[in-house]
Design a protein around this ligand. Structure first.
Ligand code: FPP
Length: 260
């Protein structure tokens, strides 16, 4: 893979991906939706491997939303099967490449065999330090927030927190991502301009990259484009250009941006 133009010292630490378009990919080719998901699984492998090679520390993949439980039974069944197969096949590879797997979401709804396999992979890879893959399964951002509120409310009730002590740090520590830094880059494939209940709290200052490419076609070259675009962005976190780089900004002519 030719990584020309990519500045290895300015990579995102955490990339999150909304993997969308498997169904459309299949429909365009007259294939079953399951075939689209199967192809999508190969894209998962491609982005995991490339992230690991580049040294990206965290990769979050929105694999199954809470809303996805409402899809036809056959499709849910096929997706759960693909997921389990992925975990079985990829576990040795994760071990070899130093990848730690974590999952977020409402695991209680997962079929018992998926839960068992997931538990095994999470345990087997728990000491790996090369990269963390965060699989969002039966996840939704609002559900994450509701559960965070409940956890904090219980602690207040038990007396371990005073209400006025609750701040942004407290909230971040009680959403499912906990100590994982917020995503720097959120990629969405297949062109829809929405977040679809993925990370909500966590993406306050995340750079968004939306591509019309369908997920099964999103491979190394597409990922590289997203990373290059990320490196062209100027992240200001609500500050002005002058505050971020006073010397450079003072040489610019007239342009003043003080909005977020
Ligand atoms: C969206 O496509 C994708 C999903 C609902 C699931 C993502 C699943 C995979 C990539 C395969 C297995 C996952 C792992 C982690 C191995 P869609 O069906 O919503 O596509 P559409 O919008 O075109 O119908």
């Amino acid at each position: 893979m030719n990584l020309r133009g990519l500045d290895k010292s300015r990579l995102p630490k955490h990339v999150a991906i909304i993997m969308d378009g498997n169904g459309r990919w299949a429909k365009l080719r007259g294939r079953s939706r399951t075939e689209g998901h199967r192809r999508g699984k190969a894209s998962v492998r491609a982005v995991v491997e490339m992230s690991r090679k580049l040294g990206i520390s965290y990769l979050s993949l929105y694999a199954f939303s809470i809303e996805n439980w409402l899809r036809p039974k056959d499709e849910v069944h096929a997706l759960m099967g693909l997921l389990e197969h992925y975990l079985v096949v990829e576990q040795p590879r994760m071990m070899r490449h130093g990848i730690r797997l974590l999952s977020i979401g409402d695991r209680t709804r997962l079929p018992a065999s998926v839960l068992r396999t997931l538990g095994k992979t999470v345990k087997a890879t728990s000491e790996k330090k090369g990269m963390t893959v965060l699989l969002a399964l039966s996840y939704s951002g609002r559900d994450d927030i509701v559960r965070m509120v409940r956890k904090i409310a219980h602690k207040v009730k038990e007396g371990s927190y005073a209400v006025d002590e609750i701040d942004e740090e407290t909230v971040s520590a009680h959403v499912e991502t906990q100590s994982i830094p917020d995503p720097d880059l959120l990629i969405r494939t297949s062109g829809e301009m929405r977040i679809s209940n993925f990370f909500l709290w966590q993406i306050a200052y995340t750079e968004l990259y939306i591509t019309p490419t369908l997920w099964p076609d999103f491979r190394e070259a597409e990922y590289l484009q997203a990373l290059l675009e990320f490196q062209r962005r100027r992240r200001r976190f609500g500050l002005t250009d002058e505050q971020l780089a006073p010397a450079a900004a003072s040489t610019e002519t007239g342009e003043h941006q003080d909005h977020p």
